[in-house]
Design a protein around this ligand. Sequence first.
Ligand SMILES: Cc1cc2nc3c(=O)[nH]c(=O)nc-3n(C[C@H](O)[C@H](O)[C@H](O)COP(=O)(O)OP(=O)(O)OC[C@H]3O[C@@H](n4cnc5c(N)ncnc54)[C@H](O)[C@@H]3O)c2cc1C
Length: 309
Amino acid sequence: MSSQSSLYDVVIIGGGVAGLSAALWCDELGLSALVLESAGEIGGQLLWIHNRIENHLGAEPVANGRELRDRIAEQIKTRNFQLRLNAKVVSVNLNEKKVQLENGEEISSRFLILATGVSRRRLNIPGETEFKGRGIIESGKRDGYLVTGKTVCIIGGGDAACENALILGEVAAQVYLIHRRAEFRARREFLDKIKQQPNVTVLTETNPLQILGKKAVEAIELERKDGSVFQIATDFILFRIGVAPNTELFRNQLETSPDGYVTVNYLSETSVPNVFATGDLANPTSPTISTATGTGATAAKTILARLAA
Ligand SMILES: Cc1cc2nc3c(=O)[nH]c(=O)nc-3n(C[C@H](O)[C@H](O)[C@H](O)COP(=O)(O)OP(=O)(O)OC[C@H]3O[C@@H](n4cnc5c(N)ncnc54)[C@H](O)[C@@H]3O)c2cc1C
């Protein structure tokens, strides 16, 4: 296990929009910065977006998140900060501003910016991992062509579940929208459209128990509120049960909300001095590209102000 210590002004954990905006602003302000990204490419959730993005002020609409990511990659190419891919942070000491990578390397800095975003929630039921890519699809928009003329079950009750039910309802023979509660949290316009879609069947107060099949998904087993268990034959399943903040590395070292989002003030400062949190992991109310870029900039600007004080 190699152990090495370097001192940067700022170490940024996460190479999504929030982390990269913070890094760009560090360069703008003359702060030395290092971005650590666990994946093999930058972009974070942008890589999950298969729809057009039309609501990012000042940016020409793009066909999908990857296109925006490519523009960001082009923009930061000439910027003066370090970016390390495949650099997963496995432990953090917030008070000492020290992070450790999977390979054992230790990196120190004067300030830390946490920008680890969110991950999709999982149900942890049998079959959920085993059938990934073998009937469990990731995106209605991207994988819709697979579903043409087939049956698909969508699990969830928010905007993403309902929007996907509408997208897939246009091509699938049958869509089941399965939600554990009696009421949906989704936008009224989605719910109204779903009512008019004859091939979308809504099952409320119903929980998935397991996914069944041999080589690929063949059925899903469900349980109603009254305890009765039944199965639906299906070719595909799409989970849209929300996201959870990636805060497990540092949750016990700073203040969070009960559901694990990092608590910050208007300057993106956490409860630990000189530790900032930006983007979705500190913002369950407004998880947007604009908020992520804005809070990244705020953190860098505040760091400069702290150094000058
Ligand atoms: C389907 C979909 C559609 C959307 N549409 C829009 C839209 O139209 N307009 C809009 O404004 N927003 C949209 N959003 C939201 C927007 O994409 C997010 O708000 C934004 O990308 C969040 O950026 P982030 O940097 O905070 O987090 P993320 O993008 O989640 O990035 C976090 C990064 O941290 C990395 N990381 C995590 N843990 C570690 C670790 N231990 N070590 C190192 N790296 C780590 C991850 O690999 C990831 O790259 C959409 C999101 C989705 C999923």
